[in-house]
Every structure is written in structure tokens, then in C-alpha cells.
Write a protein that binds this ligand. Structure first.
Ligand SMILES: [Zn+2]
Length: 711
């Protein structure tokens, strides 16, 4: 029987989209409902917000003391109703897309965002929240929720007055426009460059799937006769074509043309707009915005809401990684030269950037002979799930059981599971798993999203968390189950880590439960932590069994997987350090008065963070959409930061001995009681320290990457 907390809402009179609690009745939600009921919902929330503001203004004026229950709880319930309804719409838009639903989603998005801005910029709420903070008497979780809420409001300029606020709003507007233009110009430049290949010699070395992709692109461009075997093939700069072409093409001249076009995108060299001037303008505006809000630079503003305490702390970490990766990257480059020389390639003596992927792929094949397709029969989904659930039982003491049929679903392939405490059987959470790709109706990639967040309902009953886990792996074919690549297994473990973070929280306040209120640079800790277990002997060999014969994965294949994990890790680490350091220093050190361009600053950084100098026309910044068109400004370092945490957390298990069953269980319980349980209720440094007994160290990540720390 489904328990009341996660059963579909009994309020039959309500339209399904406005139920606002319980598991959504997915099948009953139509694009028409979205168009009709989202505006209704926003209208009623707006009215309630106005009423709440009036009531709070009254309390402010009367100088009566404020109470959390009369401020934060009603506000949270208001936000939760929007999160619930819009969350379902966004979810369905991702997993059951149709032109009608996409259109309905797009038609409401601006209004939903506007409502968020409206409450986030409410001066009354801001004053109330500040007074609540000043009054004191709050517990640690409440303080953290309030601090984060106030900071988010301040970063929207709510604390500014008069001219300063006008200037702030104008700059925010301009920054939003510049970001959009930056991103569009990268897209346009990426799409503008193509090269039609007609000679079969032009596609020498490309695998069949790659030739199919290029022929399909040619067909879409009007070459109706194009075929994988006979061509023509259309090359382009989008990653699915660019990456594999550099990796596999035996035509060095074409790799060079492709590479040069790629690194000079949106720099004014080719077609389309030049992002160079936009970069200087964006950096200047961000610097001014930071100053208006009282920060010394944009990086300080970005770090104010992150786990990292200062740009110095980030610099220190990046330098540790750089010092370990740089000599390794140099050695790796020499190995590629040797590999090219052994093959009699004339470029061996002077390897260029467009040669690196190609020789790395050759060396990879020589060394490991890894064929990702060939391992699929050892990873049927049902066995992988058994292995994953057994690991969760072993580490965290939770039992996971299929409960298909107990919950409404959005597609027949979707599974539903319940999570219980292993010791007393108490229900803890539930999750949906939507494992297979569905081209045309399901967004690519993999993700975890919140269906229900842990909290206490208005009637005082606990509501247990429910997660959406979405993957895009190969569907079953005929009689065979879904047979996964090792990479798909890692992806499932990764998303499951996010899911555990959401589901095993014990925080009762939804604003800080699970992944909520967790600093952005710490949120990947549980997910990347789980990936480590795919390389753990007992876990991997326990679950990898041939779907027909039941044979375990051969020992030598496991050894190859382990060795391949660190292949070219020096170059990969160094590349991330180069991006992260460039991003950080552009947002902390660069000023127009410095007398050098952002690109020149990047080239200074490149001297110690690359092993092949950037080409003269290399204008990487002009296509660095992460930081100029996305949300990663002064935050690109987060990738490596979170990896340090996850590797170091796994290091705790290595220290007690991965074969030491009792110690592994104890360490796993401690991980559950800290990292997975405390969510955003405490600062991530405290959470990490209470698990690890000390502050994070980069030692484990450097070791796992096959690198050696510089002394
Ligand atoms: Zn993730």
C-alpha cells in the first residue's frame, strides 16, 4: 500500500496541475492545462503575496516581534505551490516533450521567472527578513536559510537606494542582454562554418557511426543522396562532429583546418559577430556591480555564496593541482610524440594541438584495447541496479525495493522504488527511475530532480522526499535487457548520488533539506563520490555478470578499466586548471586600466597551465560561454573543487581498507549521518569536517588521477 505521504493527492476537484502536493498525476496534465492553470496559479500567488506583504508591513510598523512561523512558513508554502506545479511542467517538458507542451512551457516561463523576481525584490520582505535576523533566537538551520535568502535578495539589488539602484538595474539589464548576445554569437559562429567532404580519402579513419553522422548532416543541408559509405559528408564545429573528427581523422590537414576554425569562433576572424568587445564590457560591468554591492570584485561576490572562502583559497587549490598535473602533461605529450614516431608519422617531432586527440586515441587503443561496446553484455540494467542497491544497503543501511504500480508514471518504461531504513523498515523516501533514451521526446543527458521535498505538511504530517532520476541509456532490444556501457553505469551511480543526497536528508525545513541551500561548489560531492565505487573491486566484480552466461567480468578487463581511468589525466587536469584560473583572475584581477586585454591575461596564465602554446588566432575566451553566457562566472573552479571533496571522502573508505567490511559499514553510516543527512542546514566545510575529521585535502584526487603531488 502506498503510504499517505507520497500517495496521489486526494483532492479530485482540483485540476491535476494545481494539486500542489503528493505525487503528480502525470497523465492528467495536458499542454492546455499548462496554458490555463499556470496563469491562474500565478495570479492567486500574487494576490497572496500582496496580502502577506501588507500583513508584514503592519507588523513592521507596529514594531511587534516577528516570528519565523508567520514569515518564513507562509512564504515557503507559497513558493512550494509554484515549485510543485511548475516543477511538474518542467519535468514533463524534459521527459515527454511534444511541440504543444514545449510551446505551452515556453509561453509561461517568463511569467514564472517574473514572479520569482517579484518576491526576490520585495522591499517589505527584505526588511522583515533583516529584522527577523536581528531579533535573534534562531537555530543554526534557520540562520543559514535566512542568511542565504537575504544574500540572494541583496545580489538582486534590493538593499540599494535611489540612483545607485537605478544604475544597478540598468547594468543588470545590460548584462543580461550581453550574455544572450554572447551565447548567440557563439552558436552562430559554430553553425556558420561547414566543410563538405566529397572524397572518400577525406574521411579516412572515421568510424562508421561518425560517417553516418556526417552524411546525415549533409542530407539535412540539401545533399539528398548523401550516404555514410559514398558521401558527401558535412563537417562542422558542433561537439559531436568536432570532437570525434579530431580523435579519429587520419587527414592531418583537415584536422588542422577544423581546429583553427574551432578556436577562433566568434573572434571576428570568421563569419558572425566578434565577442571580444563584449568580454571587456561584461567584465567591466560586473566589476561595477560588485562595487555597488560592497564587494572588492566579481569573484568575491561569486564566492560569497559558495563553500570556498576566498579567491586565495581557490588559487591555492588550483596551484596544487597545476603543480601535480603539469609535469604529467609534459610526459604524456612526449608519449604521444613517441607513439607518432613509432608509427613513422612526420609530425612526431612537432606535434600540434590538432594532433593531440588523434595520437591519444591511437595510444589508448594500443595500450588498453578497450572497446566500450564489447563490455555491454556484462552490465545489464537489472544486475547493475541490484549491485547499486546492495552497495547502498552496505554503506548506508538502506533497503531499496521496487514498488511499480504504486505510483502514477509518465511512460511505461518508468520504474518506481521505495527506500526504507534497513534496521527498522521505516520508510524514508521514494524515487522514479526513467532509464532509457527516447529520441524526439526526451531531453538528452542525465539528471536528478526533486519531485517532493522533505517537509512537514500544514497538517503536521511528515512528507517524505521523492526524486526523479533520469538517464538516457540504451533501451532493451528484443529479448535482451538494457545492456549498459561502463560510462552509462558511472552516470547512473552519479545521478543516484544526487538522489541519495535528496532522499536521505533528515532536515525538516525544506529550504535546507537535501540539495537545497547547499553551496554550489559542494553539491557534486555525493554524486562524484558514488562514481568512485564503480572502480571498487568488490562493487564492480559483484555486479558485472554476463547477462546470458552469468560469467563475471574477466579480471583483465577490470584491470584495463582501472588503467584507462588515469590515461592522459595530466592533460585533462591541466586543461580544467587553465579554464578555472583564467575565469577566476579575469573576475578578480582584470581591469581596463591594467593595459592588457583579457586575452593577453589568459596567455600569461597559459604559460604555466598549458604544454602547447595557444596559436596566435586561438581566442578561447570568445567562445567561453560557461562564464560569459552561463552561470559559471568566477565559479568554473567548482568542477575541481567538488572533485577534491568527493575523492577525499572516498579516501576515508580507502584508509579503513576497502576489504574491511565492518569499518566500511561504519564509515558509510557516518557519511549518511553527515553529508547525506545534513543537506544545506550547515556550512559544507563543517559537514565535510564532521565526516572526515579534518578539512578537505587534494591528496586523494591527485592520487586517483594517477598524478603525484608536488612537494
Ligand atoms: Zn551531477
Amino acid at each position: 500500500m502506498p503510504d499517505a505521504a507520497v500517495a496521489p493527492s486526494p483532492q479530485a476537484a482540483q485540476p491535476a496541475l494545481l494539486a500542489g502536493s503528493g505525487l503528480p498525476d502525470f497523465a492528467a496534465i495536458s499542454p492546455e492545462q499548462v496554458r490555463q492553470h499556470i496563469p491562474e496559479l500565478l495570479e492567486s500567488l500574487e494576490a497572496e503575496l500582496i496580502a502577506l506583504e501588507a500583513q508584514l508591513q503592519h507588523t513592521l510598523d507596529s514594531e511587534e516581534p516577528l516570528a519565523w512561523d508567520t514569515v518564513m512558513d507562509p512564504l515557503q508554502r507559497l513558493e512550494e505551490r509554484l515549485r510543485w506545479s511548475w516543477g511538474v511542467v518542467s519535468h514533463l517538458n524534459g521527459v515527454c516533450n511534444s511541440p504543444e507542451l514545449r510551446e505551452a512551457h515556453a509561453s509561461q516561463q517568463a511569467a514564472v521567472v517574473a514572479f520569482g523576481n517579484r518576491s526576490g525584490q520585495s522591499r517589505v520582505l527584505y526588511q522583515v527578513l533583516r529584522r527577523l535576523q536581528k531579533q535573534g533566537g534562531l537555530d543554526g538551520t534557520q540562520q543559514r536559510i535566512l542568511t542565504a535568502e537575504l544574500r540572494a535578495m541583496e545580489l538582486r539589488g534590493v538593499g540599494l537606494e535611489g540612483e545607485k539602484q537605478e544604475a544597478f538595474n540598468a547594468a543588470s539589464q545590460e548584462l543580461a542582454e550581453l550574455s544572450t548576445r554572447f551565447g548567440n554569437q557563439v552558436l552562430d559562429a559554430t553553425n556558420a562554418w561547414t566543410l563538405l567532404l566529397r572524397d572518400p580519402a577525406d574521411v579516412a579513419g572515421l568510424p562508421e557511426s561518425m560517417r553516418q553522422l556526417l552524411a546525415e548532416a549533409a542530407r539535412q543541408a540539401g545533399e539528398e543522396e548523401a550516404s555514410a559509405e559514398a558521401g558527401p559528408w558535412l563537417l562542422g564545429l558542433d561537439f559531436p562532429r568536432y570532437g570525434p573528427f579530431l580523435q579519429y581523422s587520419e587527414r592531418r590537414d583537415l584536422r588542422e583546418r577544423l581546429y583553427r576554425a574551432f578556436v577562433s569562433r566568434a573572434s571576428g576572424a570568421g563569419e558572425g559577430g566578434d565577442n571580444g568587445p563584449l568580454i571587456e564590457r561584461i567584465l567591466t560591468l560586473r566589476q561595477e556591480q560588485a562595487a555597488r554591492l560592497g564587494y572588492s570584485h566579481w569573484a568575491a561576490l561569486s564566492l560569497a555564496s559558495k563553500m570556498a572562502e576566498s579567491e586565495q583559497q581557490v588559487e591555492t587549490l588550483l596551484e596544487e593541482l597545476r603543480a601535480a598535473a603539469h609535469p604529467a602533461a609534459q610526459r604524456e605529450l612526449q608519449e604521444l610524440r613517441d607513439c607518432a614516431a613509432a608509427a613513422g608519422a612526420p609530425e612526431a617531432a612537432e606535434l600540434q594541438p590538432w594532433d593531440v586527440s588523434f595520437w591519444a586515441e591511437r595510444l589508448r587503443r594500443q595500450r588498453f584495447g578497450l572497446d566500450s561496446e564489447a563490455l555491454r553484455p556484462w552490465f545489464p540494467l537489472p544486475r547493475v541496479l541490484d549491485g547499486l542497491f546492495a552497495l547502498c544497503d552496505r554503506l548506508f543501511g538502506v533497503r531499496i525495493e521496487a514498488a511499480d504500480g504504486e505510483a502514477p508514471i509518465w511512460h511505461r518504461d518508468v520504474r518506481f522504488f521505495r527506500v526504507c531504513d534497513g534496521s527498522d523498515g521505516r520508510p524514508l523516501a521514494a524515487f522514479y527511475l526513467d532509464p532509457y533514451s527516447r529520441p524526439g521526446s526526451k531531453r538528452g543527458g542525465a539528471w536528478m530532480d526533486e519531485c517532493l521535498v522533505r517537509h512537514r505538511a500544514a497538517d503536521g504530517n511528515p512528507v517524505l522526499p521523492v526524486a526523479y532520476l533520469i538517464c538516457n541509456q540504451s533501451p532493451p532490444v528484443g529479448e535482451s535487457p538494457s545492456l549498459m556501457t561502463f560510462q552509462e553505469v558511472e552516470t547512473l551511480f552519479h545521478e543516484f548520488g544526487h538522489g541519495l543526497h535528496h532522499m536521505l536528508t533528515t532536515v525538516e525545513r525544506p529550504q535546507a533539506a537535501g540539495i537545497n541551500n547547499v553551496e554550489w561548489d559542494a553539491v557534486e560531492l555525493p554524486s562524484q563520490f558514488m562514481e568512485n565505487w564503480c572502480y571498487d573491486r568488490a562493487t564492480l566484480l559483484g555486479m558485472a555478470r554476463h547477462w546470458q552466461s552469468g560469467e563475471p567480468l574477466p579480471e583483465h578487463e577490470f584491470a584495463k578499466l582501472l588503467a584507462a581511468r588515469t590515461f592522459m589525466a595530466g592533460a585533462a587536469t591541466l586543461r580544467q586548471v587553465h579554464f578555472a584560473l583564467t575565469d577566476l583572475r579575469l573576475h578578480s584581477q582584470w581591469r581596463p586600466e591594467l593595459g592588457i586585454t583579457p586575452e593577453q591575461l589568459r596567455r600569461q596564465i597559459a604559460r604555466t597551465t598549458t604544454v602547447l602554446d595557444p596559436l596566435p588566432e586561438d581566442a578561447m575566451l570568445c567562445s567561453f560561454s560557461h562564464i560569459f553566457a552561463g552561470g559559471y562566472s568566477a565559479g568554473y573552479y567548482s568542477y575541481k573543487w567538488a572533485e577534491v571533496l568527493s575523492a577525499d571522502a572516498f579516501g576515508a573508505f580507502e584508509e579503513v581498507g576497502l576489504e574491511n567490511e565492518e569499518a566500511i559499514r561504519a564509515t558509510g553510516r557516518r557519511f549518511r549521518d553527515t553529508v547525506l543527512s545534513e543537506g544545506g542546514s550547515r556550512h559544507p566545510t563543517e559537514v565535510f569536517t564532521s565526516f572526515r575529521g579534518r578539512a578537505p585535502s587534494s591528496e586523494a584526487l591527485i592520487r586517483h588521477s594517477g598524478l603525484v603531488a608536488a612537494s
